[in-house]
Ligand binder design. Structure first.
Ligand code: AMP
Length: 115
């Protein structure tokens, strides 16, 4: 397990980011390279490198990540139009930052399948 990550530094406010929500377990901030009009990352404050590293003990935390994304989508006003939640895992999944995160993407029509 890594002892520190870029996103953990963002959660501790040691690296600047446009944080839109934070509580004791979860932080959400704007992606630095947005691929949609809304592109927010929702992370656990604790380090879980990939989806493969989540355990049954993290079940409630994973639920909080999803519900945080849902609430942010409502607040932003994209809930009714729709949005996409994405978790990339490892190289084939396209993961580049090894601190679990949910991408909240919205504000445009998404295509399927993803590339
Ligand atoms: P992934 O490829 O799923 O690991 O997604 C990582 C995301 O983190 C990418 O969409 C990046 O644009 C984003 N990212 C990388 N560095 C930062 C940063 N310092 N602040 C905000 N978002 C970042």
């Amino acid at each position: 397990m890594p002892t520190d990550t870029l996103f953990a530094k963002i959660a501790r406010r040691e690296v600047p980011a446009r944080i839109v929500y934070q509580d004791e377990a979860v932080t959400a901030f704007h992606d630095i390279n947005p691929v949609a009009p809304t592109h927010i990352l929702v992370i656990p404050n604790k380090i879980i490198p990939t989806m493969n590293d989540a355990t049954d003990d993290d079940a409630a935390l994973l639920g909080r990540l999803l519900l945080t994304a849902q609430k942010l989508a409502r607040q932003i006003g994209i809930a009714e139009g729709g949005y996409r939640l994405v978790v990339n895992c490892n190289p084939d999944g396209g993961q580049s930052v090894y601190h679990l995160h949910i991408h909240l993407l919205g504000g445009r029509k998404m295509t399927w399948p993803p590339g």
